[in-house]
Every structure is written in C-alpha cells, then in structure tokens.
Design a protein around this ligand. Structure first.
Ligand SMILES: [Mn+2]
Length: 267
C-alpha cells in the first residue's frame, strides 16, 4: 500500500494555497508536561508574525504530542492548549492565514478546535503555490515512510472515519490511556526499527512531487532537518522538530520560510 493508492493518478488534485510568502513549522510536540516548550514556541511564532509578516503560518503536523479529541481540552482545561489558541487566534487577527495539518500524533484535531484558533485544517498533502516562485508540495511526511509497513497499516486504520468515530465515542480517560499506550509503543519502536525504515522512501517522495506537479518537497515528521536533493534532482526540505533545555532555552526549533526567492531556514 503506497500513500498514492487512495488517489488514482489523474483524478486527485490537492488543495492549492496561492501565497506570496509562508512560514512553516512542525513537530513541536506540545504537552502540558512541558510549559517552557509552549512558552518558547508561542513567543517565537508571535514574534515571527509581527517581524516577518508572512501571508500564512502553516503548521505541518505534530503541533501537539497527543490529541484525543477536541472535547478533551475543554474537559481538562489545559493551559498549554489555551496558550496555543490565544497565540494562533492573535496571529489570524493580524490578517495572517493560519493553517494546521494533521501529524501522526494529532490527527484527531477537528474543525471545532481549528475554529477556536481561527485556523484552517490543511489537507495532507497540499500544494503551496508561491507567487512568482515555486510550487511546493507540503506534507507531514509520515505517509511517505512506506518502508514501515506496520505503521502504514496502523495509519490506514486510525485515519478511517469509522475508527475515529468509534474512538471519539469512548470515555475521555479511556482515550487518554490508549494515547499513552501508543506513545510508549512508538518510543519502543524508535529503538528497534532501523533509521532507514523510519525515514521517507525517496522514490515515493518523488512520485508525490511529480503527481502534484511541484518543484520541491517540504515535510516534517522525521526530525532530520535540512535540504537534500532527491534522485530526480528536485529539492527536499525537512523541517526541524522542537525542544528546550531545563532553562526553557530553545535547543532545537525554528522553521522554514518560503517566498519567491525560495526556501530558507528561520531560527
Ligand atoms: Mn510526526
């Protein structure tokens, strides 16, 4: 099963965002256990919105370390979630489009939460069409890790409407327990699966870029930031993940800036 199977060639065109500039980030993995990470990220994002004034801020998945349903946050009254809502709604209030793409940790983010943030849920993949510049294929990236067949099977299951409906109908405590179990399992697998299996499959990355008639690929998920050429010569930009030290200083973070001149890292 490749990520392309659900969209036969020629029939599927992804949503296209036409913009002059965008700031992109992903894999912040926010949780209430790490208030300093929340503070660092929201401060950075607010500052970028004011200083750089992009047309859009696009968060390409795993904004949250876990998300078990939009209703869970009001039930638990999370300070972290409140900070994120305030930050994103303020940015949107400045006339900047805020886009949220699902990651493998927070794919249950719903329209209700997006509305609270004044944000738009982005399809994965989407195309960023930069005015006078390139067409950039954007994706969280987990669907391109096709060598990890166990994960792709799991992904197909949990992304189905039937599974999500059943899961979201369970009591909150049960959903939280399932999420905790999945995170623990993911940590174990990170140790046992090879680095190659957990990275994107370049041939599938190329197929995606070609199918979307894009000039380059930009994704997160792998936590291996940088820019490399794919075998077809097109560039693949990978977003950084985020972490802070005990004093709340950013160890890893930032994002990527895209405009007519190309793509470049932003710290
Ligand atoms: Mn991810």
């Amino acid at each position: 099963m490749t990520p392309m199977d659900t969209h036969p060639p020629g029939r599927f065109m992804p949503p296209t965002l036409a913009l002059d500039s965008a700031l992109l980030c992903s894999d912040i993995h926010l949780s209430d256990d790490r208030p300093q990470l929340t503070n660092a990220f929201t401060a950075w994002l607010s500052q970028q919105a004011k200083k750089a004034q992009p047309d859009a801020i696009l968060i390409l998945g795993d904004l949250f370390d876990a998300w078990v349903g939009d209703d869970a946050t009001s039930a638990t009254d999370s300070p972290m979630v409140n900070s994120v809502i305030n930050c994103l709604a303020a940015i949107s209030g400045r006339g900047i489009t805020v886009g949220l793409m699902h990651g493998n940790r927070d794919f249950l983010i719903g329209e209700s939460f997006a509305r609270q943030c004044d944000a738009t849920l982005l399809a994965d993949p989407s195309v960023l069409a930069i005015a006078g510049g390139m067409r950039i294929a954007i994706t969280h990236g987990d669907q391109l890790c096709t060598q990890d067949t166990d994960y792709q099977r799991f992904r197909q299951q949990v992304r189905s409407a039937a599974w999500q409906k059943e899961f979201l109908s369970r009591p909150l405590q049960e959903r939280l327990a399932v999420a905790k179990g999945l995170r623990a399992q993911s940590e174990i697998e990170k140790g046992s699966k090879s680095m190659a299996i957990m990275d994107v499959t370049l041939s599938d990355a190329e197929l995606l870029v070609d199918r979307l008639q894009a000039d380059l690929l930009l994704h997160g998920h792998t936590h291996r930031p940088g820019c490399t050429s794919m075998p077809n010569g097109k560039l693949r930009w990978v977003l950084p993940d985020w972490d802070v030290d005990a004093d709340g200083a950013v160890i890893r973070g930032g994002g990527l800036w895209a405009d007519a001149e190309g793509v470049r890292p932003v710290t």
